[in-house]
Write a protein that binds this ligand. Structure first.
Ligand code: UDP
Ligand code: MG
Length: 311
């Protein structure tokens, strides 16, 4: 009896990519002694992604799908895939072929030969990506690794192969605000990384705008670090200390030299500066508070409209 392997593929408006991905994957899996299961997650696509997946299922029973009631985001799609996977090994892959299926045999080989729990992949370069995006991505990894105890690997993709044990651990983290890169690392287990050269998307377009990425990275920081809260308190404490000293200085100077009404522009600047600092700190607290709010509501991470079992 062969071991089983689940391939989880989140899809959002990917009607063109899905058949290409399927072909490439079928090619690779021919030589692998595993029983495969595909789980396509249709993340509220507005195009014919779902039809495309259903058509493929007519050819191959091993294709399963979960279709969401709307777009819940890639993180939710990953969670749904993991929850519904049955394989002893599980892999996550983008459908746009930026995660090369050819790498999979190597990953399986590494995982089984070394008996580790997870093989991750990372891009050795960021070729073909806008320089601005690369710059911010690098800064993000620098900052987050300084202020969070959870290590995040620069360039690591979500493309990874995991054992059932690790998948079950990830499923235990059922938080609503999900940041997988952090979660994968937080659960521990032995992970090794394989590097590969960056690939450009085959067809279609990326659905991540700059603002969506910025929001995603702030989510990552707020979910895995309390440093911003500490920084806010530290700045507040320092500013109190210095203004206290300055106040004493001014009082003594006034007593000795009298009180010429000068220096009001600097006064106004100080007010504005301190006011700004307070607003910033409130904003940071608000960010955490918002996360707590969404967590306590305990809303489902995704809502299923249809799966292959419904037909
Ligand atoms: N994706 C998704 N839901 C979303 C956005 C993206 O399921 O809301 C999927 C998408 O179909 C693809 C993967 O996540 O399989 C990566 O998305 P994309 O290629 O747009 O991101 P990039 O490679 O540019 O980071
Ligand atoms: Mg992509």
């Amino acid at each position: 009896m062969h071991k089983t392997l689940s391939i989880i593929v989140p899809c959002f408006n990917e009607e063109e990519s899905i058949p290409l991905f399927y072909e490439a994957m079928e090619d690779v899996k021919k030589n692998l002694p595993y029983q495969f299961e595909y789980i396509f997650i249709n993340d509220g696509s507005k195009d014919n992604s779902l039809e495309t997946i259903k058509n493929l299922r007519k050819q191959n029973e091993a294709i399963r799908y979960i279709s969401f009631s709307r777009n819940f985001g890639k993180e939710a799609a990953i969670y749904a895939g993991l929850q519904n996977s049955t394989g002893e090994l599980v892999t996550l892959m983008d459908v746009d072929l930026q995660d090369p299926p050819e790498l999979l045999p190597k990953m399986i080989e590494l995982l089984t030969s070394k008996s580790i729990d997870c093989v991750g992949t990372r891009r050795s370069d960021r070729k073909g990506e806008p320089p601005i995006r690369s710059f911010f991505a690098r800064q993000f990894y620098k900052i987050i690794n300084k202020i969070s105890d959870t290590e995040m690997v620069d360039g690591a993709r979500d493309f990874r192969l995991m054992t059932r044990q690790m998948v079950n651990a990830i499923l235990e983290l059922s938080e609503y605000n999900r940041f997988s890169k952090g979660i994968f690392s937080w659960v521990g287990f032995e992970t090794e990384y394989i590097s590969f050269e960056n690939r450009e998307r085959q067809v279609g377009e990326t659905s991540w705008s700059f603002w969506k990425l910025l929001d995603y990275s702030i989510n990552g920081i707020v979910n895995f670090s309390e440093a911003p809260l500490n920084i806010a308190s530290l700045i507040g404490a320092l500013s109190c200390l210095f203004s206290g000293i300055a106040l004493i200085f001014i009082i003594i100077r006034t007593i000795i030299f009298g009180d010429p009404t000068s220096g009001w522009p600097s006064m106004v600047s100080i007010f504005l500066f301190v006011g700004g600092m307070q607003l910033l700190s409130l904003g940071i607290i608000g960010k955490y508070l918002g996360k707590i709010f969404t967590e306590t509501k305990k809303r489902p991470i995704y809502i299923v409209k249809e799966t292959e079992k419904d037909k």
